[in-house]
Design a protein around this ligand. Structure first.
Ligand code: SF4
Length: 338
């Protein structure tokens, strides 16, 4: 592919509020290609994929990509391809069968002792491999009144000790809304832990601001944040600074990655990722094989290759830097090791 002309107005530094950055994410495949100096030959495929699951790329994430490189591992995660239209046996719209486990609007209860709350119907970035790319958010976005039913469900089940905020990305929600939810959860005596799964600090590190740190530090609940980082180049100085702020607020930081063809499917990259995570104060926790979601089959790494990679990774890192290689199997009550 040939390089397109570089637009003169590519911004480099990003020092704006997270809300402004969120508002201005790139939503047009043509703009994404132009900003990265990529040939327009990629456009038909990008538009075909975009029609299935729209492009969303924050500027701060774009700034970490290499212009002119269609194989850039960060770009690969967000660039729609024609391959997303391929129907591949076994790749389905709800690979984890979550629709079977939603006893209340916006609530998924499939594991013992913990429930997952869909705290936001959208994300700052749309990752092409996302297992929720077909999730019916419109049917699972509770109003404040409906949250009350969800909270009642938690209050009525004393076996539940952990609430997990998911989405979409829960941190897309305002701090006012999140603080309200956190306070209500903290009022439930048997809840001890609040876990937040998010990619927002990775793609817009400014999200970790005073307001967010305020309610996180104030709650009586133990707080855990699971970041979703797949490649060492996603970790920049701004993200490291955000992690330092989170740790100072008492938040335990873990990471889970997805093993993705063309992104992180080699042991050297995964080892570099583990080292960079630990240097930022984050423990590598899970390395997931791809959930078989329709439109993402081109990211798949077969099990035997995943196991070989994991064994090679074990040779390269200290034991506490080795993420567990797992898959999520519908109907199982925990992640399944490979
Ligand atoms: S941030 Fe997470 S939930 Fe959102 S698109 Fe990416 S993988 Fe999916």
């Amino acid at each position: 592919m040939q390089r397109a002309n570089r637009p003169a107005d590519i911004p480099v530094a990003v020092e704006r509020s997270w809300q402004a950055q969120l508002r201005d994410v790139i939503r047009d495949p043509r703009e994404l290609l132009a900003r990265l100096e990529l040939d327009a030959g990629w456009l038909p495929g990008a538009q075909a994929g975009h029609a299935l699951f729209e492009v969303r790329v924050p500027e701060a994430y774009l700034a970490r990509m290499r212009p002119g490189d269609p194989c850039d591992p960060l770009l690969r995660q967000v660039l729609p391809l024609d391959a997303e239209r391929d129907a591949v046996a076994g790749f389905v719209s709800d690979p984890l069968e979550e629709a079977e486990h939603t006893p209340r609007r916006g609530l998924i209860h499939k594991y013992a002792r913990r429930v997952l709350l869909i705290a936001s119907p959208s994300c700052a970035i749309n990752c092409r491999y996302c297992f929720r790319r077909h999730f019916p958010y419109a049917e699972n976005s509770p109003s404040r009144g409906q949250w009350q039913e969800t909270l009642d469900y938690l209050r009525d089940d004393p076996t539940i000790n952990e609430a997990i905020l998911s989405g979409g990305d829960p941190l897309v929600s305002s701090d006012q809304r999140l603080a309200w939810l956190c306070e209500r959860l903290a009022e439930i005596p048997h809840l001890t832990r609040l876990r937040i799964h998010t990619r927002l600090p990775v793609v817009i590190p400014e999200r970790i601001d005073k307001a967010l740190l305020g309610w996180l530090a104030a709650t009586r609940l133990q707080t855990v944040m699971v970041l979703h980082i797949n490649h060492p180049r996603e970790i920049d100085a701004a993200l490291v600074a955000a992690c330092v702020r989170l740790k100072a607020a008492g938040v335990t930081l873990l990471n889970q990655s997805v093993l993705l063809r063309g992104v992180n499917d080699d042991a050297a990259t995964l080892a570099e990722l583990s080292e960079a995570l630990f240097a930022a104060g984050v423990l590598p926790y899970y390395l997931h094989v791809l959930d078989p979601v329709a439109g993402a089959a081109h990211f798949d790494v077969p099990d035997d290759e995943a196991l070989t990679l994991h064994a090679a990774l074990r040779e390269r890192v200290a034991g506490f830097l080795l993420p567990r290689l797992v898959r999520e199997v519908p109907g199982e009550t925990s992640k399944t090791p490979l």
